[in-house]
Write a protein that binds this ligand. Sequence first.
Ligand code: SIN
Length: 358
Amino acid sequence: MSTIPSLSENSPHILVLGMGGTIAGLAASPNENPLQYEAGQVEVDALLAHVRSAIPTGIALATRQLANINSRNLSESLLTRLGEEIRKELANPLVRGVVVTHGTDAIEETGIFLQLVCGRYAQDLGKRVILTGAMLPANAPQADGPSNLLDAIRWASTPVDNCPGGIYAVMDGRGCMAMDLSKRHTTALNAPIAASPSSSVGLINPSWLSGVKALEAAWQEDLPIPKGDEWPWVEILTSHSGARSETISHWLDTRVQGLVLAGSGMGGFHDEWLKPLAGAAKRGIALVRTSRTGAGLTLPNIPEKDLDGCLASGKLSAPRARIALQLALNAEKQAKLAGKSLTWQDFFARIAVLPEVG
Ligand code: SIN
């Protein structure tokens, strides 16, 4: 672990974990073409050195570079490392909170992953984990990374009476639950957070805060973190006009363990899929239904009765439903090893009913 000069990891501090992303990106011609750049080029220490003079006195920082990647290349084994690292650091009495600098392309997957594997733990310890990133590279004239990073550091260090411990995210002056992130714009500075119920980081909105408390009351037990090479294989398939049965039947002779079906509208899928999906369910492939619309709930037996064993995803988008299904399948496996007869459906159902915040 490295520390920002003059600050020490031997006293209470906020840990900043670097994962890469545009926040750590560099453009070759930042003035002419800031959107043509390479993500994950600048180390987290350098990002902090840039904002050091604006960090309120009394906030000590330490850093760790876990990765420096474009988040579209995020791997399951890296998620495992991140989850284990955060659990370990939360347990350290000297760590007051954790900030994660992350690429925004896959930040929604990391957001739900952390909520499901250490949301309860962070809440019980009264510590905040805050994900942040940027839409413009570090050397762009209007780079948004520095202000996002400062907001995240300030929020991670404010007392828990203002907002409970848990897993949050900050972008463009607004904060939300990390599990609500969903990037729904290619370039807007608020892209990952605009579609999520959020609150100004400067002045937390009481109705959002009561939603946070309802969510935290509903999330009673974290799920186990899969070992790096033991993540269940789950794919996302999108229904569309002209969909073919082969899109599903192709998977029947593979070792795929789950399919997330991004349906149209309220999460219905093309009739061509019905027969092969029944075959998939018979082979024990876990099925979850969500909507490709990008907003709203996918509810059980709406618009039609569900296929036997297929669960609706609630508020989860397809990428989030995929992580949730992987964790639910892993939790079923761990429960079996412990002699308990809980199924992936039991675990997934706990996630799908989590209330909307805000
Ligand atoms: C990435 O996700 O690593 C690149 C894009 C971004 O951070 O906005």
